[in-house]
Design a protein around this ligand. Sequence first.
Ligand code: MGD
Ligand code: MGD
Ligand code: SF4
Ligand code: MO
Length: 906
Amino acid sequence: MSDARAMLATPSPSLSPKGGEEREGCVVAADPVTIRTTCPYCGVGCGIVATPDGRGGAEIAGDKAHPANSGRLCSKGAALGETLSLEDRLLHPEVDGRRVSWDVALDAVANGFRDVIAEHGPDAVAFYVSGQLLTEDYYAANKLIKGFLGTANIDTNSRLCMASSVAGHKRAFGSDTVPGLYEDFELADLVVLVGSNLAWCHPVLFQRLEAAKRARPGMNVVVIDPRRTDTCEIADLHLALRPGSDVALFNGLLAELHRRGVTAKSYVDQYTTGLEEALMAARASDLAQCDLPAADVATFVEWFARAEKTVTLYSQGVNQSSAGVDKVNAIINCHLLTGRIGQPGMGPFSITGQPNAMGGREVGALSNTLAAHMDFTLEDVDRVGRFWQAVRMAKRPGLKAVELFDAVKAGRIKAVWIMATNPVASLPDADAVRAALKACELSIVSEAVRATDTVDACRIRLPALAWAEKDGTVTNSERGISRQRPFLPAPGEARQDWWIVAEVARRLGFGEAFAWTGVADIFREHAALSAFENDGRRDFDIGAYATTDEAAYDKLSPFVWPARAGVAQGGRFFADGGFFHGDRRARFIATAPRAPMHAPGEDRPLRLNTGRVRDQWHTMTRTGKSARLAGHRPEPLVELHSNDARARGLGNGDIAEVSSTWGRAVLKVHVTEALRVGEAFAPMHWTAQVSRAGAINAAVNPAVDPISGQPELKHTPVEIRRLDMHWHGTILARRPVMLPEITYWARARGAGYHAYMIAGEQPLGVAQRALSAAVRATNPGPWLKGESGVGAVIADGRLEAVLVLSPGHDERARDRLAPFMAMDRLSVEDRSVLLLGGDAGDGESERGGEICACFGVSTAAVTAAIAKGATSLAALGAVTRAGTNCGSCRPELRALLRAARLERAA
Ligand SMILES: Nc1nc2c(c(=O)[nH]1)N[C@H]1C(S)=C(S)[C@@H](COP(=O)(O)OP(=O)(O)OC[C@H]3O[C@@H](n4cnc5c(=O)[nH]c(N)nc54)[C@H](O)[C@@H]3O)O[C@H]1N2
Ligand SMILES: Nc1nc2c(c(=O)[nH]1)N[C@H]1C(S)=C(S)[C@@H](COP(=O)(O)OP(=O)(O)OC[C@H]3O[C@@H](n4cnc5c(=O)[nH]c(N)nc54)[C@H](O)[C@@H]3O)O[C@H]1N2
Ligand code: SF4
Ligand SMILES: [Mo]
C-alpha cells in the first residue's frame, strides 16, 4: 500500500502555483497496484478495490475482504470507473467568475468572515455541509465554526436525511445510537422495511437480505410503503398504507402486542420507563387511518407477535415527514416492548443514505449537536471548549437547514460556506434557496464539479478533490469505519476539503488549533475527543484509535465502534439496557398520529411523493457522467396512477407540468399501477444542468418536523396538467448542443455522445429550423436532410449528430439511432436507413428502456427471452446476460418473470 501511495502525487499541504488540467503523476506501473477504498455513494459502505490504469482511469471491483459487501457492488458502484474524467471538474479557485490563486481566494473567504463577524456578530455566518464529506473534513469544519467562529450555524444535508432518526434515537435511548449490525438482517425471522426502497437505494444490503431469505425461506419480509417498489419483489406482504399514517400503524401494533401479552416484562421493568403513556396514546389512535385491508394488518401483527427475531429497517418514508420523529419512536416503542433490541437478529435499524451520514453525526455537524455525540449542555460546551482550547465556543444550537437558508434570504446570515452538497437542487422550495444565495453578500462553495445549480449561484468557488483523490475515513450504517484512500493524483489545483478549512482558520489567526499535517492527525484528534472524559457516559467512543500512527492509519482495516481503549470492540447496544439517559433507562414515547402538514385540496388534489431511481445518485454530478447508468431512467419523470392519468388526459410519454403553491416542474409522464390513486411520484435527481425544468424541488413544500427540522420531502399537494406539445424529438450529438428556448429538454450521456430528449409548443417547422441550426453550430459538417423529420451531420463517413422530430411521441428514437453513433463509418445503406428514420434493423428498435446497466440489456430483449422459454433468473442470465454482474436489476427481472407467469396462468 505505501509503495502505491508513494507513486501518487498526493496533494501537498503547501500552496502550488501551477495548475495543468491533466492529472499529473499518472504512472503506468509494470505491476498494476491496487488500492482498497470505499464506495462514495450509499450508506451500505461497500469496500472497493481500485486499480489505476496509469492514464487517469481505474479498474473498479468489489473488495471481497470488506465486511459490508464481501466483493459485491451495485450498478452505481460498478460504474464508478466512468465518473473519473476531468472535463467537468472545477480545478481552480474563482472569485466572481474570475480564476484566482488559492491565496487570493482563501484571503477573500477569511477576510469576508472576519468582516461580517466584526460588524454583525458570529451568528451572521453559516456553513452548510454534507454527509459526503469525509470524517476528517467534517471534523475540521465543525471545529472551526463551533469552537473558533463562535456560532453553531453549521448544518448538514443530513438534516434532509437522518435528522428525524437522530432525534428519535435521542428521545428513546438518550443518545444517537444505531443498536444493531447488518448481519441482523440475515439472522432475523421477520424483516420489516418501512419507507425504504432497499432494492434501489441500498442494493447490496438488499442482495444480502435476498440471499438470506433464499437460504431460510421461513423468513418473512414485510414492506410498508405507499408505492409498490421493486423492493416488494422479495416481500411476503406489502402494506401500501396511506402516506403519513405510519404512526397509526405502529401504535396499533404496540397496543395489539401488549394486549396479546407479547411484552418482555422483565426488560420493560428493568430498562425502560413510560410504557403506560405510550400505550394510552397507542390505544387512542385509529388503524383505519392507514387505509389498509384488515386482513393484511392482522397478518402483519401476527407475524410480528410470533417472530422473536425481528428487525425493523426504516428510511426516508419515515424520516422525511412532518411527523418523522414520532414515526421513529412509534417503531422503537414496539422493539422496546418486546425487548427485541441489541441481540442477534433483532432491533430497530435506521439505515443511512450517504456514505458518511454517520460520520457527520459523530463529529457533531448538525446545528443542534456539538461534537463527538455531545450536546449543548453547560458541561459538554465546557468539555469540548477545553479539549479544543477554543477561542470562542458556540453555546447554543444554531439554525437548521431550512431556517438557515431562510435567514440567508432575510439577510440575517450574510456569509455562507457550502461544502459537498447542492442545496439549490436538493432543498425543498429550491428556487427560494437559489434566490437567497444570489442575494447573499458572501456565498462560498467548495465543489468538485464546475457546473452545478449551487456553484452557479455562488460568488467564491473552491475546487475540492473528489472521491478517487481523497484520503480519510467514513462510517457506514452499522457504525463501521472504513478508509477512503486516494488512487489517482490530485488534478489541477483541487485540494482536500479539510485543508481548505484549515487554511481559512490559519488566516483568521487560529493556526495552532488547525496545524494538522495530514488526515491521520485529524483522525487521532477526533478519536481522542470521543474518549475525552467519557468513561462510558457517551456511546460514541473510538479512543482505541487516539494514538494510531500514520502507518497504522494507512493500513486501517474496517472496524465497528464502540472502540474504547482497552475494551473489546464493536458489537451491539442495549441487549442489557445501558441506555444513555441519566437513569440509564430507555423511554417509551407517547405518539399521536398526525397527517402530513399540507393536505391536498380542490386546486391541488394529488399528493406528490419524491425519492430515487436505481441508477442515479442525487443531483447526478457523478452518476450523470456514465452512459451505462443513463439507460434505465434517462429522463425526468412523474409517475401517476392510470385513473389519475386518464382523468387528466395524460398518457405515457406526454409532457406535464407539476405545480404546487411553491413552484413547478415540467416532466415526462409515466403511467403506473404501482401507486395509490391520488398520488404521484417524481425522482429528485434532475437539475437545471441536465433539464429545462426537471428539478422537482422547485415544487416541493418546505414544511418540517417540529422536533427534528427535517423537511417533509415526501408529501406535497400538487396538480398535474397536460402541456400540449406540437412535436417531440431526439438529438444525438458528439459535441454538446446549445438548445434554443423549448418547453422540454433533458440531457443524458451516451457512449461517446450527448443525447437530448426534447419537446416543444412552437410549430414543427420553426422548431426544425432552430434546432438544426443549433446542432450544426457545434457539430460542423455536411447537413443531410432525410424523411420524416430526420437531419444528420455526417463528416468523413462518420455520424457526428442526428436530429429527429415528429408530431407525436417517439420514445424509441434514442434506441433506434444509437447504433449509428457506434459505427466508425456509415455505409451507403446505413446512411439511407438512417435518413429514412433510422431503424438499424437489429431487432432492438423497440427496446422499451434498459434494465441491465452492466450489459446494456433492454426490456424488449428480456421479454423476448421470456417468451422463448426462459422462466428463471438463471435462464434469463444465460440467454441475455442480464442480472449476471452486479445484480441491481434482478428485482425488475423477477417482476417481468412474475408478470409472464401470471399471464400464462390467466
Ligand atoms: N440509487 C440511489 N440510491 C441511493 C441514493 C440515490 O440518490 N440513488 N441516495 C442515498 C441516500 S442519501 C438516501 S437518504 C437513501 C434513501 O433511501 P430510501 O429511503 O429507501 O429512498 P427514497 O426513494 O427516498 O424513499 C423510500 C420510500 O419511502 C416511501 N414513502 C413515501 N412516503 C411514505 C410514508 O408516508 N410512509 C412510508 N412507510 N413510506 C413512504 C416512498 O414511496 C419511497 O419508496 O438512498 C441512498 N441510496
Ligand atoms: N425531493 C427530494 N429532495 C431530496 C430528497 C428526497 O428524497 N426528495 N432527499 C434528500 C436527501 S436524503 C439527501 S442526502 C440530499 C442530497 O442532496 P445533495 O447533497 O445536495 O446532493 P449531491 O448531488 O450528492 O451533492 C453533493 C455535491 O458534492 C459534490 N462533491 C462530491 N464529492 C465532493 C468532495 O469530496 N468535496 C466537495 N467539496 N464536494 C464534493 C458533488 O459534485 C455534488 O455537487 O437530497 C435531499 N433532497
Ligand atoms: S450498495 Fe452500491 S452505492 Fe451502496 S455502497 Fe455498495 S456499491 Fe456503493
Ligand atoms: Mo440522504
